[in-house]
Design a protein around this ligand. Structure first.
Ligand code: OGA
Ligand code: NI
Length: 344
């Protein structure tokens, strides 16, 4: 367990004193700061999954194909996860971040190889600029390998988070099938490429920030995994880069924001894009988001699907193991890792 001699967590720095200025290590160079004047209002599609498993499946697949080829971002409603499971998870996350410091610090670690840990920013060991975020990272699949390392405070944390993870995994599997089919591949193709599969979750906590135009909750990045299913509370902050402009992705109650990760960009041979996105902060309200990252297992070998490689569209990427990719994800700050995996 860590000691509390200097604040390890952003939330404790923020709540322990009169913080009316962002400390210098959080300040981005002037050309890389969020420019709120240039952010475009929300325009990403909300796809109704009600008909995904019915006679109108092909229409839903068309919508998914369009969203994935366009910018790889969409929201889903009528996804089958009960509202109570969503509400309980969000409530549990809020309660966790409201626990006394000493209690939360039991989960603290700055070691990115540790599967279940509370930390701050992104990778505090290597990054040059810090981000306005604390987060609890949890591995969720196979559940029995990890659940004993999860918090036990709040008391029902494990039960509620486990139920949430199981539900989100079922939705992720349906979306992975639909995405596979929408690419013209067998519906099981992508799933079969993911080895024994893995699932990670982050509970992101963004405290109010006195100068939100100087820093980020998370600066622009792509998600390095297969698929992200993000639950956000009612406070806006997520933005995606579309045609060179930042677009707000505003919260829709009980919906999930879905985005394509780097691994699908590779398997699809660039037909689908893993879009740049970021989280901005605000001076008024704390914000909580809970992304689930659906992942290959470390031994999975990822590469463009042979069916999507032609003379006209040669393989854009080489094959790699997910273990190799995952090492680059955590190497330094947040970045776009895909460039390192181009075919030669
Ligand atoms: C992430 C992420 C966005 C958000 O955790 O990878 O992009 O709105 N989060 O918290
Ligand atoms: Ni992300």
């Amino acid at each position: 367990m860590a000691t509390a001699s200097k604040p390890l967590l952003l939330s404790d720095m923020v709540s322990s004193g009169e913080m009316n200025q962002v400390p210098s290590k959080y300040i981005h160079p002037i050309t890389e700061r969020p420019n709120y004047q240039n952010v475009v209002p929300d325009s990403i599609p909300v796809i109704d999954l009600q008909n995904l498993n019915g006679p109108n499946r092909s229409q839903v697949l068309d919508e998914i194909r369009r969203a994935c080829s366009d910018n790889g971002f969409f929201q889903v409603k009528n996804h089958g996860i009960p509202e109570s499971i969503i509400a309980n998870m969000m409530q549990m996350a809020r309660e966790f971040f409201n626990l006394p410091l000493q209690e939360r610090l039991k989960m603290y670690s700055d070691d990115p190889t540790k599967a279940n840990r509370l930390s701050t920013s992104y990778n505090v060991r290597t990054e040059k600029i810090s981000h306005w975020r604390d987060y609890l990272g949890l591995h969720c699949y196979p559940l029995q390998d990890y659940i004993h390392q999860w918090p036990t405070n709040p008391e029902s944390f494990r039960d509620i988070a486990a139920e949430y993870c199981r539900s989100v995994r079922a939705l992720a599997l349906q979306l992975v099938e639909a995405i596979s089919e929408s690419l013209g591949l067998d519906k099981d193709y992508i799933s079969a490429q993911l080895g024994s599969h893995a699932q990670i979750m982050a509970l992101n906590y963004y405290p109010p920030c006195p100068q939100p135009d100087l820093t980020y909750g998370l600066p622009g990045h792509t998600d390095g995994y297969v698929l992200t299913l993000l639950l956000q509370d009612e406070v806006s902050g997520l933005q995606l880069l579309k045609d060179g402009q930042w677009v707000a992705v505003d919260p829709v109650p009980n919906a999930f924001v879905i985005n394509i990760g780097d691994q699908i960009q590779v398997i699809s041979n660039d037909k689908y894009k893993s879009a740049m996105h970021r989280a901005v902060v605000n001076s008024e309200k704390e914000r909580i988001s809970i992304p689930t990252f659906y992942c290959p297992s470390p031994d999975a070998v990822i590469g463009p699907a042979p069916q999507l490689v032609t003379d006209d569209e040669p393989a854009v990427y080489r094959q790699f193991t997910f273990e190799e990719y995952n090492r680059t994800i955590w190497k330094d700050g947040l970045s776009k890792c895909l460039d390192a995996f181009h075919a030669t």
